[in-house]
Design a protein around this ligand. Structure first.
Ligand code: GLN
Length: 205
């Protein structure tokens, strides 16, 4: 198989950290910010940052439509935090006119954990990743409010208002509320690349 081409959407947010995590996992990723690059990738990562800004910049860089249609045609994509919001079919607490690429049949709530705990860390049990637990870093993170039937919940967190999914998968799409890219633990990236991208069954060039 050829070397996997993994693009990290590099408009705003912590794309450099994702490139580093892919590197730690033993693969290579590059910064993507031109529409022509979308045709050349085997997988895309959408970083954490600010989802309204990422959406607006995707429009102004003419990346919005190409990415949305690549997602629809089965491109494997992983989004963390703001990236999770970009993959959501529906956003609760969206800014007026805020767009997402969509792809995962879920509703996410932006800034869900509230002001007092807007950033925190918590150990996460992630289905498909063996112990030890993932150390989840949450920064003004969304949670998943509801999911459709074809969405698999890979991790949840308990709060005063009950259990909320913080990692989900639907087909070739993966989203986490937390940021593995700002830790040295590359297991979520390795899971995405080895369990999803490599097994995606998309034509190899
Ligand atoms: N609160 C941000 C948003 O709505 C996401 C925060 C993050 O990516 N750390 O886009």
């Amino acid at each position: 198989m050829h070397q996997l081409r993994i693009g990290v959407l590099a408009l705003q947010g912590d794309f450099r950290e994702h490139i580093r995590s892919v590197d730690l996992a033993g693969y290579e990723a590059f910064a993507l910010n031109r529409a022509a690059q979308v045709d050349e990738i085997d997988a895309l990562i959408i970083p954490g940052g600010e989802s309204t800004t990422i959406a607006k910049l995707a429009r102004s860089f003419d990346l919005f439509a190409p990415i949305a249609s690549a997602i629809e045609s089965g491109l494997p994509v992983y989004g963390s935090c703001a990236g999770m919001i970009m993959l959501a079919g529906e956003i609760e607490g969206a800014a007026s006119g805020q767009e997402s690429f969509g792809g995962i049949d879920m509703k996410v709530r932006r800034n869900a954990f509230g002001r007092q705990v807007d950033s925190f860390e918590s150990d996460i049990h992630f289905v498909g990743i063996a112990q030890p637990a993932i150390h989840g870093v949450f920064i003004r993170a969304p949670w998943v409010e509801s999911v459709g039937e074809s969405v698999e919940v890979l991790a949840s967190i308990s709060t005063e208002s009950g259990e909320h999914p913080v990692a989900v998968r639907q087909g070739n799409l993966l989203a986490t509320s937390f940021h593995p890219e700002i830790t040295d633990d590359f297991r979520v990236h390795r899971y995405f690349i080895e369990e999803m991208v490599a097994k995606s069954g998309r034509p190899t060039r």
